[in-house]
Each structure stands twice: as structure tokens, then as C-alpha cells.
Design a protein around this ligand. Structure first.
Ligand code: ZN
Length: 345
């Protein structure tokens, strides 16, 4: 666990040049590019390298200032609701769904890791359960909290300064400050090579500017044998409404039609302001194939369990039909679960 900024300077690197940092004048300082990273509310601001920010970040600092003024007197659930009420066009029901989703973060992370544990066991890959862990795109920090149960050093990274105001309170009141929070972009992470045993990116990759660059950064910071647990909604999800706006089939429409379609179907939610770009199965696996030092596996719903009925057994007995069903599950399922393992060398 990191308790001082001097300790933090020892483990972090410059997000752009990866040189060592030092703690000078209440900032983290890169001796190579002479860039300094201020610390605000105890959270280092290390957002560098992305120049064209999405609409989501346009009035981010103003929203964070407003939230800071509420943070002292509001409870965590109320502050979470306030954060998303300020953030983007949401209908009252969609606001409640987002708030509940964030409040359930710890249980959700436990369930997600449980699912990945099964996938890892099938591949005979031991899932890391101690050491260093990163919650990449940590939201308001509720998911990150679950990692503090097993891991000695836990980081939560998120570029959004409004959510980080909430995360700071969540960390302090719920998790005894055991999380080290940082503001940074996934494309330029301030960590040394081979630093993490586990990286979780739970429903994050669909929100980043450059998914491949983020995956390559994760590949760089994973230890050999370390793992990335990645979940992400499927662009061609044909079975359930999109989790961000609770509207079906958004990903089937061309880009320019999505905003009016979502506004019409949801009764006022904005798609553009949510900054979502879900990946198809093919897009995701195309990116994963570029990771030369990793093995990976994208899970699909289990077809032939011990309790499967005669219909499922019939499908699985016919090789052609089985392929078709597997293909449909990958292509049109609700979400992707990708387990990525950095190879030993
Ligand atoms: Zn630098």
C-alpha cells in the first residue's frame, strides 16, 4: 500500500516518456521532459497525450467543482446520483439504473472475477490473486474496492475528474484509502513495464479514443504471467438493450443515426454525450491479434453444460450446426469477456 507521494513517485513513471519521476514542490516531476504533474485532492493529474477530447470532458472541471461543494455533506449514493445527473442527458430511469450500477460495483467486480476464474481454469491459466492490481477506467471506485481484499497495491485510473471526486470519497469512506487513484488516459499510462499482476478493464474499452493503443499499454505494464480481464458490450448485441441508454440495436445503425435514434427511443438520453463506441467481436479480436506477447481467449456462453437438454445435445452433436450456433453467440451476444495473458519469457 502506498501512503506518501514520495513512495508514489518511486513506482510511477512519466506517462509520455516512461522516465522516472521525483516528488518536488508538491508535484510529480519528470526529469526527462520537465513536465510536472499536479496533485489535486490527493489525486495526481497525469492526463497527457490525447489532444482531441470527447464531448464528455467538455465541462468536466466545472462539474468536478460543483461535486466538490456537495461532497462533504452528501452520502456516497447521493453523490453518485448527483455526479451522473450533472454529467450527461439522462432520463430519470436511466439515472437510477446508472446509480445502482455504480453502487453495486464491488459485488459486480466479484461476480466478474468469478466468471473469469472459470474461463482461466478451463485454459489452465492461474488467475493472479495477490500482488499489484489496476482497475483501468475505475469509474467512481466501487469496483476497485473489491481488488483491495486480495491485492497489496491497488490502483484506480480514470481521466474523468468529476467521477474522481466521487472516487476519492468512496475510497476514503468505504475502503480506508487502500486504493491509489490517478487521473490518466488508458493510451498513456504512468506505470513501469511489467508492473501489474492483474489489470481489470470492466466495460471501459468502448469508451476510449484508441482501443488498440490501450491494449498495447496494458500489454506493456503486465508482468509475464499477468492477466487482463476485459469485458465490453457487443456492438451487434441482438439479445438485450444497450446498458448505457437502455435502447436496443443501437450498434446496428450507422454512426450518424445513433444519436437521433437513441433520443427518440429513450425519450431524451444522449448517445453522443455518453461517448460509447461498442466493438464487434471481429473488431475486438482484430485488436487482440496485434498483442504479440500475449495469449488470449474470448469467452462465449457455455453451450454444453452438465444440465443441457436434448435440444442442446442435438445441436452439439452436429459439427456444422455447432459452428453456426457458436458463431451466432459470438456475433450477436450481449457482451464480450476477454481473458488476456502475458506470456512468460
Ligand atoms: Zn517525461
Amino acid at each position: 500500500m502506498i501512503t506518501t507521494f514520495k513512495d508514489l513517485a518511486d513506482v510511477l513513471v512519466c506517462p509520455l516518456c516512461h522516465s522516472k519521476l521525483s516528488w518536488q514542490d508538491h508535484s510529480l516531476f519528470c526529469n526527462n521532459c520537465s513536465d510536472s504533474f499536479a496533485v489535486s485532492d490527493g489525486i495526481p493529474e497525469m492526463c497527457r497525450g490525447i489532444n482531441h477530447l470527447p464531448a464528455l470532458f467538455a465541462d468536466d472541471h466545472q462539474r468536478a467543482d460543483a461535486l466538490r461543494s456537495y461532497a462533504k455533506d452528501m452520502s456516497v449514493p447521493d453523490l453518485i446520483r448527483q455526479c451522473y445527473q450533472l454529467a450527461a442527458c439522462r432520463t430519470p430511469s436511466s439515472l437510477e439504473i446508472t446509480t445502482k450500477y455504480m453502487l453495486d460495483g464491488e459485488a459486480r467486480m466479484r461476480a466478474t472475477i468469478g466468471e473469469f476464474r472459470q474461463v482461466a481454469a478451463q485454459r489452465k491459466w492461474p488467475l493472479p490473486c495477490a500482488g499489484t492490481a489496476l482497475d483501468l477506467g475505475c469509474g467512481v471506485g466501487t469496483t476497485t474496492g473489491h481488488l483491495t481484499r486480495d491485492f497489496d497495491m491497488v490502483f484506480g485510473v480514470n481521466p474523468a475528474c468529476d467521477e474522481m471526486v466521487v472516487a476519492e470519497k468512496v475510497n476514503r469512506e468505504w475502503f480506508h484509502n487502500r486504493i491509489t487513484l490517478l487521473r490518466a488516459f488508458g493510451e498513456h499510462l504512468p506505470f513501469q513495464d511489467r508492473f501489474f499482476d492483474l489489470v481489470c478493464a470492466v466495460d471501459v474499452i468502448e469508451h476510449v479514443a484508441n482501443p488498440l493503443a490501450v491494449l498495447k499499454e496494458v500489454e506493456r505494464i503486465l508482468k509475464p504471467g499477468g492477466m487482463l480481464l476485459l469485458t465490453s458490450p457487443n456492438q451487434f448485441n441482438a439479445v438485450s438493450p444497450d446498458g448505457h441508454v437502455q435502447v436496443r440495436f443501437v450498434g446496428f445503425f450507422p454512426d450518424q443515426w445513433r444519436e437521433p435514434y437513441v433520443r427518440w427511443r429513450s425519450g431524451g438520453c444522449s448517445w453522443r454525450k455518453r461517448n460509447v463506441q461498442p466493438l464487434s467481436y471481429w473488431r475486438l479480436t482484430k485488436h487482440l491479434k496485434q498483442l504479440s506477447t500475449c495469449a488470449w481467449h474470448v469467452n462465449k456462453p457455455v453451450m454444453l453444460g452438465p444440465k443441457s437438454g436434448p435440444r442442446t445435445r442435438f445441436i452439439c452433436a452436429l459439427p456444422g450446426l455447432r459452428h453456426l450456433v457458436n458463431w451466432l453467440l459470438h456475433a450477436l451476444g450481449k457482451e464480450h469477456l476477454a481473458l488476456v495473458r502475458k506470456l512468460d519469457n
